[in-house]
Ligand binder design. Structure first.
Ligand SMILES: Cc1ncc(COP(=O)(O)O)c(C=O)c1O
Length: 424
């Protein structure tokens, strides 16, 4: 039986519409090597994870070294040097007064912990999240996820969650135009608090750049206005940087584009370049709200993952990866912009850094999501040796989220393949 057949027989994949028919043997930089000798340019980075490139030697060396010393002791039962070092580093690179970190193993776990802490600190128990959002697959995080396609068959979910309209300008839920809306979607948070909750709201959670929802980029003033509303109601802001963090958008964290300091920030994915690690960091006064017994996890803060993360962040700093990513992102969006006039089905190209989405529609007027077309283009890209992602609440947004170390030459190949795939 080959790997594909074993997957079919023994791996639970019923939740996937389809498994890509690729068997990846190894990877290096932005290249996947298939087990049949094929190669692919990776433009999805394991869902926006491998930011400093596959097999990054600096990260691997740190992980190897740590593996020889200590794999596990439960980093909350005993102190481990590299865990402390990483926490110190995160306090240094995150915005504002964020200082104390809790380490878990995944994005969902980071959000779960952040929620628990926000409730403990505020002594309030309601939540506000955004429509079109995605925060993970546990019950708590699905409760905060504003997308029914992720929630089918799993309810009822956690009570006390209200949803504010997503800052999705291409399909404004409030029927407004970006130039004249007065940031109505951010101001709507006030109405949500007043009319959809018992005004006992502990936190507002949002992705600074919505990934799974379709690479939705909130307008420049969105978070400033949102934060003003939150402050009026004494509501904490949890930034979900799980997908947008660690240079992905051309800044270390995407919230830096908006000049707003979150009270708590959740991270995972790109933090350790593929080693499993999740974390949330909070201001001191908030973090200290946890009481003995409130929180813990056996595997959280795994020393190998933490060593990998420290080296990963060092690599980002030494390579000026955020600036490099911003420049590459500008180049790609500009080149895609040149393709747009020749392709009536490209509705919008948007993103920051190398977190880029192409929303496919049947035509510019109707904006009917062109789901089949998006799937076709994704497959045509693979036929041309490039793997990309597909997402959005309608499944019609092509996602370009490669390792950030991808070369200009590789990006040119990707753009060439995209031009052909659009016409195929
Ligand atoms: C913004 C965001 N938050 C949370 C998660 C959940 O992370 P994980 O899959 O590591 O649990 C994801 C995963 O895609 C995400 O994109």
């Amino acid at each position: 039986m080959d790997t594909r057949e074993k997957y079919k027989k023994y791996v639970n994949t019923g939740f996937l519409p389809a498994v890509d028919p690729l068997v990846i043997d190894r990877a290096e930089g932005a290249t996947y090597f298939g087990n049949d000798g094929s190669t692919f340019i990776d433009c999805f980075a394991g869902i926006s994870v491998v930011n400093t490139g596959h097999a990054n030697e600096m990260v691997l060396a740190a992980a190897r070294q740590q593996m020889e010393r200590l794999v596990h002791c439960s980093s909350y039962l005993y102190h481990v040097e590299v865990v402390a070092d990483l926490a110190e580093k995160l306090a240094e690179i995150t915005p504002g007064d964020l200082q104390k970190t809790f380490f878990g193993n995944s994005g969902a776990e980071a959000i779960e912990g952040a929620v628990r802490l926000a409730k403990r600190f505020s002594e309030k128990n309601e939540a506000i999240a955004l429509t079109h959002s995605f925060h993970g697959r546990t019950y708590g995080t699905l409760s905060l996820t504003g997308n029914a396609t992720r929630k089918h068959g799993g309810g009822p979910y956690m009570p006390g969650v209200a949803f504010a309209p997503a800052p999705y300008c291409y399909r404004c839920p409030l029927g407004q135009e970006p130039d004249s809306c007065g940031m109505a979607c951010a101001r709507a948070i006030d109405d949500v608090i007043n009319f959809h909750t018992a005004d006992n709201v502990a936190f507002f959670v949002a992705e600074p750049l919505l990934g799974e929802g379709g690479i939705i980029v909130p307008p420049d003033d969105y978070f400033k206005v949102a934060k003003e509303v939150l402050d009026e109601h004494d509501v904490l802001f949890i930034a979900d940087e799980v997908q947008s963090g660690f240079c992905r958008t051309g800044k270390m964290f995407a919230i830096e584009h908006y000049g707003v300091e979150p009270d708590i920030m959740a991270m995972a994915k790109g933090i350790a370049n593929g080693f499993p690690l999740g974390a949330f960091i909070a201001r001191n006064d908030i973090a200290d709200a946890f009481q003995p017994g409130d929180h813990l996890t056996t595997f959280g803060g795994n020393p190998i993952s933490c060593a990998a993360a420290l080296a990963n962040i060092r690599f980002m700093e030494e390579a000026h990866l955020a600036e490099q990513t911003a420049a590459k992102g500008r180049r790609v969006t500009q080149a895609l912009g040149d393709i747009k006039p020749k392709n009536a089905t490209i509705g919008e190209i948007r993103g920051k850094g190398l977190m880029i989405g192409i929303e496919m529609v049947e035509d510019a007027q109707s904006k009917v999501p062109a789901v089949a077309d998006a799937k076709r283009i994704k497959a045509a890209m693979r036929d041309r040796g490039v793997v990309i992602g597909l997402g959005g609440v309608y499944g019609n947004v092509l996602r370009i989220q490669p390792p950030l170390t991808i070369s200009d030459g590789e990006l040119d190949t990707v753009l060439g393949a995209m031009r052909e795939a659009m016409q195929a």
